[in-house]
Design a protein. Structure first.
Length: 288
C-alpha cells in the first residue's frame, strides 16, 4: 500500500499512578493487577489500547476513516454486515466467498482506525470480514518496583434501600483498592511490513498514535484511577522496513534506577538512563 509507513519502530513508555488503581483485576475483586509472586504491578495491553481508542474517538470524532470498532455502541457483527452493505457484497454467505471477505476486510481497515492499527478478529457472524494482524502491538506494562495494594474503607452518607432508610441507617460502608505510587514501563512494536501488506497504517496514523499515547490519561480521569501521567515516550526508528537491530537490544538501551534510598513515592525517586549510541540504521527519538 503506497501510503503505508516504510520504517519499523519500537517504543518504550513510562507512566505512573499515584493513589489509584491503574487496571483492576476482575478475578481479584477489581484490585490492582499484580504478579502474585513478585508483587510487580501489571497493566494489560488491552487496558492501554482502550485508552488509546478512547482518545482517538474524542480527537477524531466524526472524521471519515477514524471510526473505532471495539466499543459498546452496537454489536461487532452488525458492523461487519454494514461493511458488506457499503461494499455492495452479497450478505449471509458466512465467508464462503473469500474475495468478498477480503473486500470487507479492506473496508474495515480503511474506515476503522483501531483495526488498521491493532488488528481485529472479525470472523464471526453471517458476514465475516476476516482476521487482521495489526502492525502495532503492545506488551503488558509492569511496575519498576513491587507495589503495595492498599485496601481502604470508605463511607457514603446515603443508603441504597428504603428498608435501610426507614430503619434510620445513615451511611454505608465500602472498599477501595489503590496503589500509593507505582512507575510502570510498557514496550511496543510497529511493523512496516504488516502495514504495507495488510492494513495501510500510514504516517498520519503513526503521528496520531504518538499523540494518543502522550494524551491517553488526560481525558481518562476518574476517582478510582487516581493521578496517572505519561512521563516518557522513547521511539526507536529503523531506516528500513524489516529493521536494523533486534528489539531487545534497543529496549536494553533504557534503564531505570530507584535513587530514593527507600520506597519510591514520586517520579523524581527514579533516574532513567539512556544509552544514546544506537546501532547503525536506528534513530532514537524522545517524544516526551
Amino acid at each position: 500500500m503506497d501510503n503505508a509507513i516504510k520504517n519499523r519502530y519500537e517504543f518504550v513508555m513510562f507512566f505512573d499512578v499515584e493513589n489509584g488503581n491503574p487496571n483492576g483485576d476482575p478475578d481479584a475483586g477489581n484490585a490492582p493487577r499484580t504478579d502474585p509472586e513478585a508483587m510487580i504491578g501489571i497493566v494489560t495491553d488491552v487496558c492501554l489500547k482502550r485508552k488509546i481508542r478512547n482518545f482517538i474517538e474524542l480527537y477524531k470524532e466524526g472524521e471519515p476513516g477514524y471510526n473505532i470498532l471495539v466499543k459498546t455502541d452496537r454489536s461487532l457483527n452488525s458492523k461487519f454486515t454494514q461493511a458488506y452493505e457499503e461494499c455492495g457484497l452479497a450478505k449471509g454467505n458466512k465467508g464462503k466467498n473469500q474475495d468478498d471477505v477480503k473486500a470487507a476486510r479492506d473496508y474495515m481497515c480503511k474506515n476503522y482506525y483501531d483495526v488498521r492499527t491493532f488488528g481485529a478478529v472479525m470472523s464471526t457472524g453471517d458476514d465475516p470480514c476476516g482476521i487482521v494482524c495489526g502492525p502495532v502491538q503492545l506488551n503488558f506494562a509492569k511496575s519498576l518496583d513491587p507495589v503495595y495494594v492498599q485496601e481502604l474503607s470508605i463511607t457514603r452518607q446515603a443508603v441504597t434501600t428504603d428498608k435501610d432508610f426507614n430503619e434510620k441507617k445513615k451511611t454505608e460502608m465500602g472498599r477501595k483498592s489503590i496503589i500509593p505510587y507505582g512507575l510502570y514501563r510498557a514496550e511496543g512494536y510497529i511493523s512496516a511490513a504488516i502495514a504495507q501488506k495488510v492494513t495501510g497504517f500510514s504516517e498520519d496514523d503513526l503521528e496520531l498514535l504518538w499523540t494518543a499515547i502522550i494524551n491517553m490519561f488526560e481525558n481518562d480521569r476518574s476517582a478510582a484511577r487516581g493521578k496517572m501521567c505519561l512521563r516518557k515516550l522513547y521511539v526507536f526508528k529503523h531506516d528500513s522496513i524489516l529493521g536494523n537491530a533486534p528489539a531487545h537490544i534497543l529496549f536494553d538501551k533504557i534503564t531505570v534506577e530507584n535513587i530514593s534510598g527507600s520506597v519510591p513515592r514520586k517520579f523524581g525517586d527514579y533516574k532513567i538512563t539512556v544509552d544514546r549510541e544506537m546501532p547503525a540504521g536506528v534513530e532514537l527519538i524522545e517524544k516526551i
